[in-house]
Design a protein around this ligand. Structure first.
Ligand SMILES: Nc1ncnc2c1ncn2[C@@H]1O[C@H](COP(=O)(O)OP(=O)(O)OP(=O)(O)O)[C@@H](O)[C@H]1O
Ligand code: SF4
Ligand SMILES: [Mg+2]
Length: 387
């Protein structure tokens, strides 16, 4: 991963990142800042060697209304056996960034820059046939809605068999044995009978299990789960999360879990990345981000979780709406909604994009905010409200 050729490529990317700045404030950041931010994202908060490394990823969609900047300079990394949760409001770029990792964007309609490496192999810019080779059976995606991912006219068993045979030259009998093992492993009772049924004969939870069986049949090194439990009731949700946890122990995969639900994050994540308007605004271990958050947007997300003790109190949703990605605010993208911006001297919140910097001046926990006294504001004002 540190060969001279890849170092050359990184330097080129820094220039291109600086050249593609969105706002005057972005432009002020310059290559040095971009380099620092990329390195911080590439170093996993655990210090372990990552399997997936995303550096300075930018995804834009040219549309009739203008260029939609869905992802702006995103960097993170995930080692095998570790789970990264990506959280943020609707439209913050969680799915778009993950689809880039899967190589699922239409290259004709999407501009992607930056770097995505799987086990050291770069996938950004590869033509589809080479992308298939690098990605191969290494990555699987579990979507929110298994109904739309499972084909209604094929039996569940045959879909798992075909998913296996795409990457393994084996007979149908061997693939069927593997499919039955997977159905059993994901907790589907009576796999022999279920193998021959169609998706509509499965309950929502069973379909989600079948999706996971199909995703994991090739023993992927990386699993991207995009809101895998949102459509399910709470009990089934807990079972599916347990299942993902257990399968991770069995297969040792890296997991990127996309979710709105901070309860799920607390349960599942080793690391957490908070996204706002296409950018990472806070990143660190789950313990750091959930117990010592250092960014007003993360505080807002935590304050908007319903808790049992606060059952009779009003929830505190974050006021206002996320900005248009066609026209991001100058300065900090969160400034139109931020209740703390008056605590920052001068107009910096509305003129300068904050860098993603270590919250304690060093270390792997980073946040993007100009406030100087984040720790004391959190302890004195936010933590008591969280109870
Ligand atoms: N093909 C496209 N063309 C133009 N804009 C797009 C396209 N795909 C996504 N977007 C926009 O990119 C932004 C980010 O979308 P994305 O689906 O990543 O959000 P998300 O964080 O996953 O939200 P949710 O929680 O609702 O799933 C949205 O504003 C979306 O409208
Ligand atoms: S930089 Fe300013 S506007 Fe942005 S989160 Fe910090 S205080 Fe709020
Ligand atoms: Mg999404």
């Amino acid at each position: 991963m540190t060969d001279p050729a890849s170092e050359d490529r990184k330097d080129t990317m820094v220039e291109s990142a600086a050249g593609q700045a969105q706002t005057p404030a972005d432009a002020k950041r310059g290559p040095a800042v971009a380099t620092r931010e990329r390195r911080q994202g590439a170093a996993n908060p655990s210090g372990e060697t990552p399997y997936l490394v995303v550096e300075d990823l930018t995804v834009k969609f040219p549309t009739a209304d203008g260029l939609v900047s869905a992802v702006n300079g995103l960097s993170y990394s995930v080692p095998l056996g570790r789970t990264l949760a990506i959280v943020g409001e609707s439209g913050s770029g969680k799915s778009v960034s993950s689809m880039a990792v899967m190589g699922l964007h239409d290259p004709k309609r999407t501009k992607i820059t930056g770097s995505i490496r799987l086990g050291g192999d770069e996938i950004v810019g590869l033509p589809e046939n080479e992308l298939m080779k690098v990605r191969g059976d290494a990555v699987a995606m579990v979507f929110q809605d298994p109904q739309s991912s499972l084909h209604p006219l094929y039996t569940v068993g045959n879909q798992i068999v075909e998913a296996y045979r795409v990457h393994h030259q084996v007979s149908k009998d061997v693939a069927k044995k593997r499919a039955l093992e997977m159905l059993d492993l994901v907790g589907i009772p009576n796999p022999q009978r279920r193998f021959s049924q169609y998706p509509h004969e499965f309950s929502g939870g069973m379909r989600q299990r079948a999706m996971i069986a199909m995703g994991l049949v090739n023993d992927p090194k990386l699993v991207i789960a995009d809101e895998p439990t949102t459509a399910l009731d709470v009990t089934v949700q807990a079972q599916i999360l347990d299942l993902l946890n257990n399968l991770q122990k069995e297969f040792g995969s890296a997991i990127v879990l996309i979710t709105h639900d901070l309860g799920v994050v607390a349960e599942m994540a080793d690391d957490v990345l908070v996204m706002y308007a296409g950018r990472c605004v806070e990143y660190g271990t789950a313990e750091d981000v959930l117990a010592r958050p250092r960014m007003p947007y993360t505080w807002g997300l935590l304050e908007s979780i319903p808790t049992v003790s606060a059952a009779n109190e009003r929830l505190r949703p974050i006021k206002g709406l996320p900005p248009s990605l066609l026209n991001l605010p100058t300065g900090c993208s969160f400034n139109p909604r931020c209740p703390y911006k008056d605590r920052v001297k001068g107009e910096r919140c509305t003129t300068d994009l904050p860098e993603l910097l270590p919250v304690d001046g060093a270390g792997a926990h980073t946040s993007r905010c100009h406030l100087h006294d984040k720790a004391s504001i959190y302890e004195a004002e936010v933590a008591p409200r969280l109870g």
